[in-house]
Design a protein around this ligand. Structure first.
Ligand code: ANZ
Length: 955
């Protein structure tokens, strides 16, 4: 339609549903919802207590992974999950639930801090501006959030409780017998009474305060320790492994990164490894995510085995203790503390030249190799395909079962942070050991009979035989024989034997590490920790929280000569001396203290935010127990409790979810909450992808300015290449929700995003296709409203049978789909109904128009409110009951078909009227009465007149 034509059409139809009308309708209803508090979810008690009748309904707590308010604002990909949870929440609300749905902001973060470093703008200023912008963008989408419950993690009222939780974690320890966290005071009582011995040689009563603090630090769930970290002097900060490139430089800035030991806060998440693993089973999460969590936790059952080296012993961790007879050498991580002890002054007589790396003494070889290994990241060190490097320490150990002297190497493929940092190498049966043994000409010994025909001379093999499904050989001494046993039995027998001799034991090892919790940054939660003059850490009492971030002049960490490894971080907070040095009364009179000047990592604020939504204004307690129990407590099918639905991207499969689960469990153990899991059901939405157009040099060009001619794409006349990628500013293909709202309205955008495909599948954005959903809404409007007069056209007439069938099928189908989050098929069914009504023509009966509006309401709430209001209702559509299908109209109609044999009626079949001749013939010939009447006789001819008659002529 040309512009003049459409203008003419609009003046002829002033009440047509257009973008302008949508804008008007949407703004009006959004104001109405805000003014009325339409989406307020009542609590059973507290300041948000509300209508007991609503509270008596079943509850649904629905959550999105909350956004970081980035300066770039939202593009159409961001709200996919928010729209989905909104549609679901609306349907649940209309199906009799008390629904809690809101959205906060995860607002501490590096971008605001970097912007502050560059411009001197306080991160709070830029973050709040970004938040305002994002709130306006989100409001336009008509999301039904209980805004009374929204907050940002940077609000001191919120982070007061983040700090408070830190204090709880700091003041507790994990009792591995009770398998739960307990207050540290109970541990102190055990030491005091002598019920428990303090580790080490001295008695608890003999220790001074600093020594006791050191002992307790070994138990606390939050503890400071000298942790090996990636220190980057050029950036002045410690980096996460993910921020370090494969060649040991900072991803940002490309500066050298050094392994350094720094006093850092850690969370003892490893204490919870078993429970974090076990409790996954009862969660309703995608299997792929559970698997990623299991792999991250990485539980391995195996054994520790001691190998004697002179008077010392090297303890290894192995998962294959059955192969102990095949251990022909050992490897220590280069950083292993025993290395210095075992290195002899000179190479032993006859040391193989390849083992020495060409160095004159073992000490020199070890020092050189250590320097080489320190420059590598763990990921790089572990790469399987990589050439194996290492060097002989000059020491030999004794294999405890074969009695052989085995050489001890250091090599970077053994990591200090895993197991014991030492391995027994079984080259015949481990791929990496095999490669190393080949490179260093080390002996191999086959102890597991290969299932192929390669024989048992391992030195002639091309690769290790690493199967579990075979029998042991060559594995006997005077005391123990494993020969002929399967791997599992052999492991068990070997473990028993080792334990009996006191040189080993069965053990479980986890890949999971404690969580490094300190950051040398400004824009994060300050630790509620001060140090006394002896350097002992004390937590602040609740009355001193929140501990607010101080003002500082400069937000950047101090940077150093990039190559100077002998430097250590200086944090932005440490520069505010007045804030750092304080006199406090922590119960034993005023004393001088120094504050901790690191801040918490970004993850902290998102570790417990679900709880704050429940009781957002509570200043006395983390959360009122009755309120927590109501929304989160365990119930049938949800043994650990938790949020009923949590929707977000699969990129948060591990860290965020694991950390949040860990905090939940600590709070549960300490009795602050009744739910031991934060999120019962997890759902990962797919990504909205977008086309990226690249010019001849490979640079992205603005997607909005591409011309398409005969399937070719051009930018400013030049051909460009199209590919599918992420949406975003950097790829010049971002489409904002605001643009689409202006062009069509939020209801159209919502429908389009939900109709694009199944929610968990990624899909390409196509602005040109949005108009399809706009047309649907126009037809819906036209079915109820006269476009010329603006009057409702519905009648009180009874609908015809076909319309009733179409309506109830749509109610049944779309209702089921909405409940199961199949939004695309729900829309398809509503579209089908609307098309039926359009085709049927004429005024709609009210008994059809009203349920139609209710069906649409979760998906396109603004137009639904407007139509509901026009239909004469004074109350919001939001709290109406979702229509219920009449089963009589849902099941297909049937007709009776008569089956005759030689002209006599033998059976009657109830069949759908649309059945094909072939289908009907099959049914008739399979009917029992027909088979009985035929009594085995063959068939000469079947005459079918679907759907009424089948006539069979027997042979
Ligand atoms: C002997 C052996 C024989 C092994 C064999 C494997 C196969 P998962 O399953 O991941 O726990 N290992 C132990 N500590 C290590 C470290 N710090 N760095 C590198 N590798 C280490 O792996 C456990 C196995 O990985 C252990 O079992 C050990 O090698 C190796 F046919 O011991 B095994």
């Amino acid at each position: 339609m040309s512009e003049t034509n459409s203008a003419a059409a609009e003046s002829a139809a002033p009440h047509r549903y257009t973008a302008a009308m949508a804008a008007d309708i949407e703004a009006r209803w959004q104001d109405f919802w805000d003014a009325e508090g339409t989406y307020a979810a009542p609590n059973p008690s507290g300041d948000l207590a509300g209508d007991p009748a609503v509270v008596a309904r079943p509850k649904k707590f629905i959550m999105d992974m909350f956004p970081y308010p980035s300066g770039a604002g939202l593009h159409v990909g961001h709200p996919l999950g928010y729209i989905a949870t909104d549609v679901f929440a609306r349907h649940q609300r209309m199906s009799g639930h008390n629904v809690l749905h809101t959205l906060g902001f995860d607002a501490f973060g590096l971008p605001a801090e970097q912007y502050a470093v560059q411009t001197g703008t306080h991160p709070r200023t830029s973050t709040e501006a970004n938040m305002e912008n994002m709130k306006a963008q989100l409001r336009r989408l008509g999301l039904g959030h209980d805004k009374r419950r929204s907050f940002a993690t940077i609000d001191p009222d919120y982070y007061k409780w983040t700090q408070w939780i830190f204090v709880q974690i700091f003041n507790s320890w994990y009792d591995s017998e009770a398998k739960k966290a307990r207050p540290i005071t109970e541990l102190v009582a055990q030491f005091d009474s002598g019920e428990r011995q303090a580790p080490g040689t001295r008695a608890w009563s003999e220790l001074d305060a600093a020594e006791r603090a050191e002992v307790l630090g070994g138990y606390r769930l939050a503890y400071a320790s000298d942790a090996p970290v990636n220190w980057c002097p050029g950036l002045g900060t410690v980096l996460a492994n993910e921020e370090v490139t494969a060649d040991g430089r900072s991803e940002r800035g490309n500066f050298p990164v050094f392994k350094a030991k720094l006093r850092q806060w850690n969370m003892r998440i490893t204490a919870y490894a078993d429970r974090l693993l076990d409790d996954l089973d009862a969660l309703d999460w995608p299997e792929a995510i559970k698997l990623q969590q299991r792999n991250w936790i990485g539980r391995s059952e195996g054994a520790r085995v001691d190998f004697a080296v002179g008077d010392d012993a090297i303890t290894v961790f192995t998962t294959r203790q059955d192969t102990l007879f095949g251990a022909t050498y050992m490897v220590l991580a280069p950083e292993h503390e025993l290395v210095d002890t075992i290195v002899p002054a000179a190479w032993p007589e006859g040391t193989h030249e390849v083992w020495t790396g060409g160095h004159a003494t073992p000490a020199e070889a070890v020092a050189k190799y250590r320097a080489f290994a320190a420059s590598k990241s763990d990921v790089e060190r572990q790469a399987d395909a990589k050439e194996k490097t290492g060097v002989f320490t000059g020491a030999y150990a004794v294999n405890p079962v074969s009695g052989d002297q085995v050489p001890v190497f250091i090599a970077d493929y053994v990591l200090m942070g895993y197991g014991t940092g030492a391995i027994m190498a079984v080259p015949a049966h481990d791929t990496r050991d095999f490669a190393f043994a080949r490179a260093f000409e080390l002996p191999m010994r086959c102890v597991v009979q290969p299932s192929d025909d390669r024989g048992t001379d391992a030195s002639a093999w091309d690769e290790a035989f690493a199967s579990y499904d075979a029998k042991l050989v060559n594995s006997a001494n005077a005391e123990i024989s494993l020969d002929g046993l399967g791997v599992a039995e052999a492991k068990e027998k070997m473990t028993e034997w080792l334990a009996g001799r006191g040189i080993g034991e069965g053990t479980v090892n986890f890949r999971l590490r404690d969580w490094l919790f300190s950051r040398q940054r400004y824009w994060g939660e300050p630790f509620p920790i001060v140090y006394d003059e002896d350097g002992v850490a004390h937590s602040l009492p609740a009355s001193m929280l929140p501990l607010e971030l101080p003002e500082v002049e400069d937000y950047s960490p101090r940077t150093f000569d990039p190559d100077d490894a002998n430097t250590s971080p200086e944090t932005p907070l440490s520069r505010n001396e007045d804030w750092v040095n304080v006199t406090l009364d922590l119960g034993d009179g005023p004393k001088r203290y120094r504050r901790e000047t690191n801040t918490m990592p970004n993850w902290a604020g998102s570790c417990w935010y679900e709880l704050r939504y429940l009781d957002p204004h509570n200043s006395e307690k983390l959360v009122d127990p009755a309120i927590e129990q109501y929304w989160m407590g365990p119930r049938e099918g949800q043994p650990h409790g938790g949020v009923d639905l949590y929707v977000g991207g699969a990129e948060h499969a591990v860290l965020h979810l694991l950390y949040a689960r860990f905090w939940s469990k600590v709070l549960f153990d300490l009795g602050h909450v009744s739910s031991a899991e934060p999120f019962h059901k997890l759902y990962n939405q797919g990504m909205i992808q977008a086309y990226v157009y690249r010019d001849a040099r490979g640079f992205p060009v603005p997607a909005a300015e591409i011309e398409e001619r005969d399937g070719q794409f051009f930018f400013e006349g030049e051909p460009v290449k199209r590919e599918l990628g992420k949406m975003g500013k950097s790829l010049k293909n971002a489409v904002t929700p605001d643009e689409i709202c202006s062009e069509y309205g939020a209801d159209t955008l919502r429908l389009y995003e939900m109709a694009m495909g199944p929610l968990d599948v990624s899909r390409p954005w196509d602005t040109r296709a949005v108009v399809g959903q706009y047309r649907l809404l126009q037809r819906l409007w036209r079915n109820i409203v006269d476009e010329t007069t603006g009057e409702v056209t519905v009648t009180d007439a009874e609908p015809d049978e076909a319309t009733l069938r179409a309506l109830h099928k749509a109610i049944d189908g779309a209702g089921g789909d909405l409940a199961e989050m199949r939004f695309n098929t729900a829309i398809a069914k509503i579209t089908e109904l609307n098309n039926h009504l359009t085709k049927a023509g004429g005024a709609l009966p009210r008994t059809v128009a009203e349920p139609l509006v209710l069906l649409v309401a979760p998906l396109a709430p603004h137009i639904a409110e407007e139509l509901w209001c026009k239909l004469g209702h004074l109350d919001s559509v939001v709290h109406q009951d979702f229509p219920v299908a009449d089963p009589a109209y849902v099941v297909d109609e049937t007709v009776t078909c008569v089956v005759q044999i030689k002209g006599k009626v033998k059976a009657r079949l109830e069949i759908p009227p649309t059945i094909s001749d072939e289908e009907l013939e099959k049914l008739a010939l399979a009917d029992e009465a027909v088979l009985a009447a035929l009594d085995g006789a063959g068939i000469r001819k079947v005459i079918v007149r679907a759907p009424k008659l089948v006539n069979i002529v027997p042979a």
